[in-house]
Design a protein around this ligand. Structure first.
Ligand code: FAD
Ligand code: 2HG
Ligand code: ZN
Length: 515
């Protein structure tokens, strides 16, 4: 029988925000030169990149920015700028000397008009939770932060379309929607810090993608400012609109290289009246796949998440964060299943049917079902906090791939044997429902030998199985040179043409995504 015992603790959302502020406080100051000593040791694989032919920010530029934004919108103090230069992982560090914080679309447009004319490079930043080095400059690009653009513009209760500025924090949007019995169609561990504009710019997937789908479907309209300051307002709240090319789709996943997203119209979803969360253990990856098939079959339309973690990921959260497993016996694989529905008895009956099947078929060897929202949140905490737990090992080599389910975990097994003598940990977890694996390899210090064992093997394996080298985190500064593993030359050529057309001086997020 399933145990109902719960022993774990955990935090959602707010935990990530806390970690972020802790890391940033420890950031340190330093002089702003373009010296390699300012790069973090983990940034070394990217030191071949040369600074582009952009102008440097001068006093006259600062005066223009202060006229547009007033002095509170322009940060130049070294210590204050520093936290915007450093990414969440502590892996990428830029050397910018100025942060601009516009409050309106008009201010963004005026800033970009000036940068375009003066050929000043710009790196847009939302919540700075990106995991591929896209959110921080590499050299002295101006940091354009959306943190003051956090107004909710409207909510249409009938069509459920929420329109807001790009700097709204995902968790705050959910709080706003709660009294309307609605919620955002996406959820991720970084919800306490990430901005909706950043979510759109990275085409973030997250924990309930399997149920509520991609931002390519839920974002109904966007407002973006192009590199030369042109405002493109397609903030339509229409579900159907076939008048020409759907330009907003270009910005979804463009990682700040085609324009600055300033406003988002997104379709909120019904907050479920009934939620169930179960945490299960399997003895093999084979069993895990059969359990997924059974979940699709038995739970059908109420399945809202099917997440997995391996034993190494669980060990990491217990060792590094002091969490404890809700199950008595360790197992090689754990699954978190969630249902969202409208009638509790109906949903629970379905869940029971599913659990009976997977236990009598011996696919699942142990499990627990949350009895209340606190327990559900604690179970989610284990899954959501793996990223945070891994950071405590020191150096994390992070890969985010899509693979056909039958071979998804083979990548972890093969990688583990390759790096066994050098790495601290090699773990796999992720979104089974979307065929999305998060492969993480850690060591106490950056290690070139380890890096050489990981790359290009990880990309070659993924290409061999016709997977994607970036399922949901984007390319950032980490992977633009590897895009050919997942896209044909013709597609890359067309992307470069689009970039050249929309940003002729290449000022928006240079060195990233499409280079
Ligand atoms: P930033 O990190 O600030 O920026 C990311 C990129 O978007 C950069 O290239 C930046 O230039 C660009 N950008 C930001 N704002 C704008 C804008 N307004 N206009 C144009 N470009 C912009 N990601 C997932 O997909 N799924 C997950 O489950 C997930 N879980 C995470 C869990 C943790 C603990 C952490 C730390 C990260 C996680 N991420 C996940 C990665 C990250 O949170 C997402 O990529 C998120 O969407 C980034 O939003 P942000 O506001 O922090 O953007
Ligand atoms: C998640 O699903 C995030 O938890 C982060 O996408 C994955 O840290 C990672 O590798
Ligand atoms: Zn993920």
């Amino acid at each position: 029988m399933l145990t109902m015992a719960m022993r774990s603790g955990g935090l959602r959302g707010t935990a990530v925000r806390w970690l972020l502020s802790q890391r940033l406080r420890g950031g340190g100051g330093g002089h702003h030169r373009f010296a390699s000593t300012l790069l973090t040791a983990q940034q070394k694989p990217y030191t071949h990149i040369q600074r582009g032919n952009f102008n440097q920010v001068e006093g006259e530029d600062l005066a223009v920015f202060e006229r547009i934004l007033t002095s509170s919108g322009v940060i130049t103090d070294h210590a204050d700028v520093d936290r915007y230069n450093q990414d969440w992982m502590g892996k990428f560090r830029g050397q910018s000397t100025v942060v601009l914080r516009p409050k309106s679309t008009e201010e963004v447009a005026a800033v970009l008009r000036h940068c375009h004319q003066r050929r000043l490079a710009v790196s847009t930043q939302g919540g700075n939770t990106g995991l591929v080095g896209g959110s921080v400059p590499l050299f002295d690009e101006i940091i354009l932060s959306t943190e003051l653009m956090n107004d909710i513009i409207s909510l249409d209760d009938v069509s459920r379309i929420l329109t807001c500025q790009a700097g709204c924090v995902l968790e705050q949007l959910n709080t706003y929607l709660e009294p309307h019995d609605l919620m955002m169609p996406l959820d991720l561990g970084a919800k306490g810090s990430c901005h909706i504009g950043g979510n759109v710019a990275t085409n973030a997937g997250g924990l309930r993608f399997l149920r509520y789908g991609s931002l390519h479907g839920t974002v109904l309209g966007l407002e973006a400012v192009l590199a030369d300051g042109t405002v493109l307002n397609t903030l339509s709240g229409l579900r159907k609109d076939n008048t020409g090319y759907d330009l907003k789709q270009l910005f979804i996943g463009s990682e700040g290289t085609l324009g600055v997203v300033t406003g988002v119209a997104i379709e909120a979803v019904q907050r479920p009246a009934a939620t169930n969360v179960a945490f299960l253990a399997c003895n093999s990856y084979e069993q895990l796949q059969h359990t997924f098939q059974a979940a699709k079959h038995h739970l059908g339309e109420i399945l809202s998440a099917f997440e997995f973690l391996d034993e190494g990921s669980m060990d990491c959260t217990t060792a590094n964060l002091g969490l404890s497993s809700p199950l008595q016996t360790p197992a090689p694989f754990y699954i978190l299943i969630e249902t969202h529905g409208s009638v509790q008895e109906h949903d629970f009956a379905k869940l029971e049917g599913f659990l009976e099947t997977v236990m009598s078929d011996e696919l699942v060897v142990d499990g627990t079902v949350a009895q209340d929202a606190g327990q559900a949140s604690a179970l989610w905490g284990i899954r959501e906090r793996i990223t945070e737990a891994l950071q405590h090992d020191g150096t994390v080599y992070k890969y985010d791939v899509s693979l056909p389910l039958p071979v998804l975990y083979s990548l972890v097994n093969e990688m583990r044997s390759r790096v066994a003598s050098v790495a601290t940990r090699c773990v796999g977890y992720g979104h089974v429902g979307d065929g999305n694996l998060h492969l993480n390899i850690t060591s106490s210090e950056p290690n070139e030998e380890l890096f050489g064992l990981i790359e290009p093997f990880v990309y070659e394996f993924t290409a061999k199985h016709r997977g994607s080298i970036s399922a949901e985190h984007g390319l950032g500064v980490m992977k633009p040179h590897h895009i050919h593993y997942s896209k044909p030359a013709e597609a890359i050529h067309l992307m470069k043409q689009i970039k050249a057309l929309m940003d002729p001086h290449g000022i928006l997020n240079p060195y990233k995504t499409i280079v």
